[in-house]
Design a binder for this molecule. Structure first.
Ligand SMILES: Cc1cc2nc3c(=O)[nH]c(=O)nc-3n(C[C@H](O)[C@H](O)[C@H](O)COP(=O)(O)OP(=O)(O)OC[C@H]3O[C@@H](n4cnc5c(N)ncnc54)[C@H](O)[C@@H]3O)c2cc1C
Length: 334
């Protein structure tokens, strides 16, 4: 169909973590019409979801860099080449087409491509949900797992749930704009940085309650109040809440990619020369890729992407012998 032909991409990158982002940059730089599909509403993979505020010391060229800043640089680098970036779609099904291309199905749409690079890391991320009956009724209407811009919480009464870095970071950020913030955690020890906890506790409009969980949510068209339970005393209390930010972490799963007929080593895809998998035109790089001696580091994934994109170039253009020219020899503009 004509529409299919228009929409067919040279390369589709599955997963917008650091490795997928660098792949999108390199593929675009070398002339491939590239699409990147990411399950979450934001890019950056583990760096954004698990440790945005941590320093990374072992990425080439940066003596140290905050995870979120590295993601920002990677995104800027990728966007120079205008890849199609699809967020909030999880790739689940693969169909081989008679002409050698592939059709990928997500939970929302179909995508056609000549080659595929799987950079799905430790799998598609999904937030751990608040274990409260009926909570889904308030998702996006006062209950947030992915936090909107902070201004959304201006002058609100906000409850943040969790004890890790994300919960502390969101509590601190929300306290800058909210009327008040209540941080509740079911233990009395926080996994997040002690310094961030100290800053949260020093905020005049912020309170912290330990051994406490959210037991109920209430509201008519949107959230208005939450019921808290203190595990030590068993006392319950309703408090006013315009918003609840549930920062309970993420779980990840490779999901149906396991059923694509690729060779696996445990939860990882076995790769051969230049990231090739056991199926033609399908490559893997980053944490998801396995070969003997593999070390799961961002730097390793970046190197694997270089090899894979060079090979994919040869795969897409059989006249080419593969490899990549130096970027210094390309006409790149500013
Ligand atoms: C706390 C912590 C600290 C770390 N510190 C360092 C460090 O200092 N230095 C270092 O080099 N490494 C560090 N790492 C490891 C590093 O984060 C990983 O090596 C890196 O994130 C791998 O990148 P990736 O792009 O391969 O995968 P990921 O970062 O896991 O990204 C994969 C992306 O693919 C998406 N995805 C998966 N499946 C699908 C699908 N079916 N459809 C659509 N999207 C999908 C996921 O949602 C995710 O966003 C650390 C890891 C952790 C957890």
């Amino acid at each position: 169909m004509a529409q299919d032909a228009v929409d067919r991409f040279d390369l589709t990158v599955i997963g917008g973590g650091p490795v997928g982002l660098f792949a999108a940059a390199l593929a675009g730089m070398h002339g491939m019409k590239t699409k990147l599909i990411e399950a979450l509403p934001y890019l950056g993979g583990q760096l954004t979801a698990l440790y945005p505020e941590k320093w990374i010391y072992d990425v080439a060229g940066f003596p140290r860099v905050l995870a979120k800043d590295l993601v920002e640089h990677l995104e800027q680098q990728a966007r120079r080449y205008h890849p199609a970036i699809v967020l909030e779609e999880t790739v689940d099904r693969l169909e081989a087409l008679p002409d050698g291309g592939y059709r990928l199905y997500t939970d929302r749409a179909a995508h056609e491509t000549r080659a595929i690079l799987i950079t799905s890391g430790i799998g598609a991320f999904a937030p751990r949900k608040l274990p409260v009956a009926g909570a889904e009724r308030f998702e996006g209407r006062g209950l947030y797992y992915f936090v909107p811009p902070m201004q959304h919480f201006a002058d609100q009464t906000v409850v943040v749930v969790g004890g890790g870095d994300s919960a502390l970071d969101w509590a601190l950020a929300a306290s800058e704009v909210a009327k008040s913030v209540l941080l509740v955690h079911r233990r009395d020890e926080f996994r997040g940085q002690a310094e961030t906890l100290r800053q949260v506790m020093a905020r005049p409009n912020t309170a912290v309650r330990v051994f406490t969980e959210v037991r109920n949510l209430a509201g008519t068209s949107r959230l208005q109040a939450v019921e808290l339970i203190d595990h030590k005393t068993k006392a319950t209390e309703w408090v006013t809440a315009d918003s609840v930010i549930a920062a309970l972490g993420f779980h990840s799963s490779l999901g149906p990619i396991k059923d694509w007929g690729l060779e696996f080593h445990g939860a990882n895809i076995v790769t051969y020369e230049a990231g090739q998998t056991s199926r033609p035109g399908i490559y893997a790089a980053g944490d998801v890729a396995y070969y003997p001696g593999k070390v799961k580091l961002i730097a390793t994934g970046f190197g694997e992407v270089g090899n894979a994109i060079g090979h994919i170039r040869g795969y897409l253009h059989p006249g080419h012998k593969g490899g990549l020219p130096h970027s210094t020899n390309l006409k790149m503009g500013e």
